[in-house]
Design a protein around this ligand. Structure first.
Ligand SMILES: Cc1cc2nc3c(=O)[nH]c(=O)nc-3n(C[C@H](O)[C@H](O)[C@H](O)COP(=O)(O)OP(=O)(O)OC[C@H]3O[C@@H](n4cnc5c(N)ncnc54)[C@H](O)[C@@H]3O)c2cc1C
Length: 331
């Protein structure tokens, strides 16, 4: 969807016979399910605790954690460290003042009730200085999320003093995307707009990392292709296949073994996800720049098959757990 234009094409089904179509699930539901699943498998959950810093190395990690409520501090010792803390909250030990830039991408998200979106439609939005998406999740709640360049947002906020950043974003989307306006016509926002950022898309994972990274801690894709959660799950799965399935009874404290796992994981990770990140970046820049987005929309209008092609290249039809079935036996 861009301006008054909406181009619709069929999403290609996934190549997994059992799970051919994606499903939208709110983070509050998904995260709770994951936590309960981990707890039921014997994971010791410390909540609400926050990691302050970690030091040491493979086989001898020391992590300082602090209780958010009581401020109690503990040092945890671990043979293996897996960094899964995303990319939007630096550890207290890493915090530094980042210089602002007009091209910074700031992310916004809000939920709405009473919105109307045809069943099965998964719109991607393009507008000057940003991109976004809409999805109808469980119980008829519509999520509207987008990224906006800081310079665009600053100019819009100057023109509408008194409005919050989220309200400015909402009126921008209503004004510049007829599809959003139609979906929100009789909708009511549930709660406030949430914001994160600036996003720093790119690959952070390195073959010589002493700590294993998964999810956004390994790499952040422009969310235009909606693959972030999927990549977080799949990278975790991929790392586990290496940690669990790397042969007979590895000694976790063995630095050389951990290094070899890190290298093999990084190689597989790049093979699975690097193209997806490049593609997401290309889509994002095409969507945000009117001089590129207009001809692209004209092209897609003539050849709507470009949309399912993009979805396929972006990883929507493949799941690593089915393409790497040889590892299943180890799990
Ligand atoms: C606007 C927007 C829309 C998006 N839309 C989609 C979409 O439709 N589909 C999709 O698949 N992806 C989407 N994404 C991307 C997706 O949200 C991320 O890729 C995904 O959340 C990454 O998962 P993660 O587990 O690596 O990190 P996160 O989800 O960020 O989780 C990291 C967790 O670590 C915690 N944490 C951080 N620091 C500490 C600390 N020091 N101690 C303890 N805990 C800590 C955080 O509180 C958080 O709970 C979107 C992103 C944005 C910005």
């Amino acid at each position: 969807m861009r301006g008054t234009l909406s181009i619709v094409a069929k999403l290609p089904p996934a190549d997994d016979g059992l799970h051919r179509w994606g499903r939208a699930l709110g983070r509050d539901t998904l995260d709770e399910l994951l936590l309960e699943q981990a707890r039921s498998r014997g994971v010791h959950v410390m909540q609400p605790w926050s990691l302050q810093s970690f030091e040491g190395g493979p086989g001898k990690w020391r992590c300082e954690v602090r209780a958010v409520d009581t401020k109690a501090v503990l040092t945890l010792r671990a043979l293996v460290a897996i960094d899964a803390h995303g990319s939007w909250e630096p550890l207290p030990s890493d915090r530094f003042q980042q210089a602002c830039s007009g091209s910074d991408l700031l992310a916004f998200k809000a939920n709405f009730s009473g919105a109307s979106l045809p069943t099965g439609l998964l719109p991607v939005l393009a507008f000057e200085g940003g991109y976004g998406g809409m999805v109808m999740a469980e119980q008829g709640v519509l999520t509207l999320a987008c990224c906006v360049r800081r310079d665009r947002l600053t100019a819009l906020r100057r023109a509408s003093p008194g409005l919050s950043a989220g309200e400015v974003v909402e009126s921008l989307l209503n004004r510049e995307c007829a599809g959003v306006q139609a979906a929100l016509l009789s909708a009511r926002r549930i709660g406030a707009w949430l914001a994160a950022g600036p996003l720093v898309p790119g690959i952070r994972l390195r073959a010589d990392d002493p700590v294993f990274r998964i999810g956004n801690a390994a790499a952040e894709a422009h969310p235009i292709i909606g693959e972030g959660m999927s990549m977080a799950f799949q990278s975790a799965w991929l790392l586990c296949t290496h940690l669990i399935g790397a042969g007979a009874q590895p000694t976790l404290r063995d630095v050389t073994w951990q290094r070899a796992v890190g290298q093999a994981y990084a190689k597989d990770w790049h093979r699975q996800f690097a193209r997806r990140l490049r593609l997401a970046s290309a889509f994002a820049h095409l969507a945000m720049r009117p001089a590129l987005a207009s001809p692209l929309m004209a092209l897609i209008r003539v050849w709507p098959g470009l949309l399912p092609l993009g979805a396929t290249l972006g990883g929507k039809t493949r799941c690593i757990t089915t393409t790497r079935s040889t590892h299943d036996s180890h799990l």
